[in-house]
Design a protein around this ligand. Structure first.
Ligand code: TMP
Length: 215
């Protein structure tokens, strides 16, 4: 049996994916799995995760701000991220804790980059300012087709969910392209099936990715 305390200590793992990927359900299941295996993750979400970040989240997701400029949007996500890094992520990693993040720069690359049209180099340059170069060990991407994802959205959509099907098709492509470029740092989990099957695939994928020593 895997020693999850050893596999996860001091790691920084991101769960990411398009809206409606079922990521939140898998996060809840994985947190409870961690607890059963003696690991208490430091859970953070983006945008948000700190009082300042949650206030920024309110602005970012408010449908009344439809006119928000793409660079303003990207910088607000990064501002929330910068605060989260300093207040929560960096101290937790310094203590050897396992950090489990709901979204990270991978979201900015997919939403504001591939789907929105911003240059990924620009995003990464601002990202390095926000994170001071701290990168996740692994990004898990919950991949789902647009029709399935659309069927999982809540009745009341936020500003990002309202961007339409073509935008969300590009978001998905953006995630898959990131995984293709750096397969060692990404785990793509097919998230179309029922939550229990997706979770089994997630745990199997994590075991194989984390067991391999990083080069
Ligand atoms: P959530 O609903 O999963 O918490 O995510 C909030 C929304 O913000 C979701 O539509 C994805 C979007 N987002 C970006 O567009 N860029 C980012 O950098 C982040 C972190 C999220």
């Amino acid at each position: 049996m895997q020693d999850w305390t050893q596999l996860l200590a001091g790691r920084f793992i991101v769960f990411d994916g398009p809206d409606g990927s079922g990521k939140s359900t898998q996060l809840a299941k994985f947190t409870s799995f961690c607890g059963d295996h003696g690991v208490i993750p430091v859970e953070v979400r983006e945008p948000g995760g700190t009082p300042i970040g949650e206030a920024i989240r309110g602005v970012l997701l408010d449908p009344r701000y439809e006119e928000m400029d793409l660079r303003c949007e990207m910088l607000l996500y990064m501002a929330s991220r910068s605060q989260l890094m300093d207040e929560r992520i960096r101290p937790a990693l310094a203590d050897g804790r396992f950090v489990l993040a709901d979204r990270f720069i991978s979201s900015t690359l997919a939403y504001q980059g591939t789907a929105g049209g911003l240059d990924p180099e620009e995003i990464m340059a601002v990202g390095r300012v926000a994170t001071r170069g701290c990168e996740p060990d692994l990004v898990v991407i919950f991949d789902v087709d647009e029709a399935t994802a659309a069927g999982r959205l809540p009745a009341e959509l936020d500003r990002m969910e309202l961007k339409g099907s073509e935008f969300h098709r590009r978001v998905r492509q953006g995630y898959l392209a990131q995984a293709e470029r750096a397969p060692d740092r990404h785990l793509v989990v097919d998230a179309t099936a029922d939550p229990d099957s997706v979770f089994r695939a997630l745990v199997a994928g994590l075991e194989s990715h984390l067991s391999v020593p990083e080069g």
